[in-house]
Write a protein that binds this ligand. Structure first.
Ligand code: MG
Length: 381
C-alpha cells in the first residue's frame, strides 16, 4: 500500500505579514511550497496531496506549474481542521502511512523523510522528528522569571508520520480539542509514538529573518556553478505562425521541424543539458520517435529542468538570443521571458531573451531560417 504525503500549505501568512502568503513566496528563486513538494518527489510507492487555503487556487497553480499532482484539497479555519480535511480527502486511496508536512519547512532532507518512514515500517503508529533545546529557557511565574530545565524538553518538527487509519481516527475522535500539531492528537489517542532525530536545517520559515537564513542554507548546499551553451536552427517554410520561446507568434512563415520547431526553447534545453553534462536534446527526444512529432517544446525544457532537480541542483539564470530579420522579437520578449520563467518555475528576473539581426547577411539575413543561442547557469550540490 502506498504512503501518502500530505503537505499543509493552508496558512494565510498573517504571521509573516506577507502577501501573497509566505508558502507562495520565492525562496532562492522558487516558491517555498514548490520546494517543499519537490523534497518528497520521486519516492517509490508514494503520492503527494497538497492542502491550500480557501481562495489560493491561482497562487497554487502558479507555484506548481508542470508538477504532476492531484487537485489541491482546500483547508479550513485552523491547521487542525485543514489536516483533518486532507486526511478525509486521502481516505479513498487507503494509504498505509501518511506523512504530514508543513510547507513552511522546505529544507527537509531525504534522510529525515527516510527515518520517519523507517520508524513506521518498524511498527510504530507514529513517528516524530525531535531536537533537543540548546538555549536556556526562561518562563514567568507569579511575576518572577525562572529558568526552565531544558533536559526534558524537545522541539518537534515535521514531517510527522502516522499509520493512516490511526491518525484519521484520532482527528475524527478529537476534532473538538484544539492542538498545535498532529502528534498531540496521536498522544490523546494513545498511539505508540517513536522519535527520530530532527535536523536543525529543517527550520520553519516564518519571518523575514528565516527567509534570509533559509536562502543562505539553500545556497550553501549548491557549491558548484556550471554553465552550458545551446544552439539551434530551423528553416522557414510557408505557414501562418511559429513558436518561439514558448510563445505562439502570428507570422507569414512557419518553422520546419519534427516538434513545434521552437528553436529558442531547443537552444535553451541544450544549454541546460550542457550545464549538467547530460547529452543533448536529440539524444533525449530523438526525431525518429513519433511521440515527439508536433510536440510542444516546453516539454523538452521541463524535462531538462527535472534532470537538474534530480541532481539536487537549481537553474539560476538563462539567456537566450534569437537571430533573425523577421518576425520582430521585441513585442514578444516579455511574454517569452514570462513563459520560460513559468516552465522552469523561476523568477522572471532570472530569464533573459534578446534578439539581433545579421544585417542581411547569411541564411538568417536572407530569411531562409532562424537561429537561436542560449546560455544556462546551473548550481549543483
Ligand atoms: Mg531544434
Amino acid at each position: 500500500m502506498p504512503t501518502a504525503i500530505l503537505i499543509v500549505a493552508a496558512g494565510k501568512g498573517e504571521r509573516a505579514g506577507l502577501s501573497p502568503p509566505k508558502q507562495y513566496a520565492a525562496l532562492l528563486g522558487r516558491p517555498m511550497l514548490r520546494r517543499a513538494i519537490q523534497a518528497f518527489e520521486g519516492r517509490r510507492d508514494s503520492f503527494i496531496q497538497v492542502m491550500i487555503g480557501p481562495g489560493q487556487e491561482a497562487e497554487y497553480a502558479a507555484a506548481t506549474v508542470g508538477l504532476d499532482l492531484p487537485a489541491p484539497a482546500v483547508g479550513g479555519a485552523t491547521r487542525q481542521e485543514s489536516v483533518r480535511r486532507g486526511l478525509e480527502a486521502l481516505a479513498a486511496a487507503k494509504p498505509q502511512f501518511v506523512l504530514i508536512h508543513d510547507a513552511a519547512r522546505p529544507l527537509v532532507s531525504p534522510r529525515l523523510i527516510d527515518d520517519v518512514i523507517a520508524a513506521l515500517e518498524a511498527g510504530a503508529d507514529a513517528a516524530i522528528p525531535l531536537l533537543s533545546v540548546a538555549d536556556t529557557l526562561r518562563k514567568q511565574e507569579n511575576g518572577k522569571w525562572i529558568t526552565v530545565p531544558r533536559e526534558e524538553l524537545r522541539r518537534a518538527q515535521t514531517p510527522q508520520g502516522f499509520r493512516f487509519a490511526a491518525i484519521l481516527k484520532a482527528h475524527r475522535d478529537h476534532a473538538a480539542r484544539e492542538v498545535t500539531d498532529d502528534m498531540a492528537l496521536a498522544e490523546l489517542a494513545g498511539l505508540k509514538i517513536a522519535a527520530v532525530p530532527g535536523e536543525e536545517t529543517n527550520m520553519k520559515v516564518t519571518n523575514a529573518e528565516d527567509f534570509a537564513m533559509a536562502e543562505a542554507l539553500l545556497s550553501a548546499r549548491l557549491g558548484e556553478t556550471r554553465s552550458g551553451s545551446g544552439y539551434d536552427v530551423h528553416r522557414f517554410i510557408p505557414g501562418d505562425h511559429l513558436w518561439l520561446c514558448g510563445v505562439k507568434i502570428p507570422h507569414d512563415r512557419a518553422l520546419e521541424g519534427h516538434s513545434d520547431a521552437d528553436a529558442g526553447l531547443h537552444a535553451l534545453t541544450d544549454a541546460i543539458l550542457g550545464a549538467i553534462g547530460d547529452g543533448d536534446i536529440g539524444q533525449h527526444f530523438p526525431t525518429t520517435d513519433e511521440r515527439w512529432r508536433g510536440a510542444p517544446s516546453w516539454k523538452f525544457l521541463d524535462h531538462a529542468a527535472s534532470l537538474v532537480r534530480a541532481r539536487g541542483g537549481a537553474i539560476v539564470h538563462c539567456d537566450v538570443t534569437i537571430i533573425c530579420e523577421r518576425p520582430k522579437i521585441a513585442a514578444h520578449r516579455d511574454a517569452m521571458r514570462a513563459r520560460i520563467a513559468e516552465i522552469l518555475g523561476l523568477d522572471v528576473s532570472r530569464i533573459s531573451v534578446k534578439a539581433t539581426t545579421t544585417e542581411g547577411l547569411g541564411f538568417t539575413g536572407r530569411g531562409e531560417g532562424l537561429e537561436a543561442q542560449a546560455i544556462a547557469t546551473v548550481r549543483l550540490p
